[in-house]
Design a protein around this ligand. Sequence first.
Ligand SMILES: Nc1ncnc2c1ncn2[C@@H]1O[C@H](COP(=O)(O)OP(=O)(O)OP(=O)(O)O)[C@@H](O)[C@H]1O
Length: 228
Amino acid sequence: MIQISDLTFNWPGQSKPTLHINDLQIQQGERLFLHGPSGSGKSTLLGLLAGIQTPQQGSITILEQDLGKLSDAKRDKFRADHIGTIFQNFNLLPYLSPIENVLLGCNFSKRRVANLKRANISAQNQANLLLEQLGIDQTTRSRSVSELSIGQQQRVAAARAFIGQPELIIADEPTSALDADNRDIFIKQLFEQATHYQATILFVSHDASLAHLFDRQVSLKEINEVKQ
Ligand SMILES: Nc1ncnc2c1ncn2[C@@H]1O[C@H](COP(=O)(O)OP(=O)(O)OP(=O)(O)O)[C@@H](O)[C@H]1O
């Protein structure tokens, strides 16, 4: 599903590279936990996988597509079609309802809309269903997102990532604002969604106590040949 080979990435103005990763493979349907200390390059690696940044050397292949061979516009399209993201700050639009925020997930992707069509469900119904499954009741679904708790907002962000069934879900420290019980509940809900259609999950956190919930854990410190 994902193959990283001989990758080097340098932020402009930095004297040494942030990342050099010889080889990292992630299988389809795998739930991988990537951890590492603050500043070790976790978010940088996610940015590279999402095609927001490009490496100076090496390759990243996702679903047999070498990201380096795509133009900027095609990389943006690839991301919209195949990658759902959940970030620490959720990036929700506060003046819209949960439903409207979830629908944004398929706004830029004809492929996600086509996936919904194939499954014979409207985007509106799928958004409602995902929010229901993630524990957002009907009344909460029509409120403005700015009135929701952090835990509820996080579940809205997860529903937006999953709508239209992108193959890869990238989550960057999405549970950092939650207590331990809610963290575990959220991860279980994430896995339930992923199981429906064999989505691959790449979950980044510095909290190694969550690692046992995943199929595999990878320490960025160990696979990064640049010692910070
Ligand atoms: N936009 C940027 N421009 C220049 N340097 C950056 C940029 N973003 C990150 N860096 C540098 O890259 C290194 C890795 O940062 P990154 O945010 O990837 O680490 P992280 O492991 O995600 O950290 P944290 O756990 O604190 O979020 C740091 O030295 C940081 O200063």
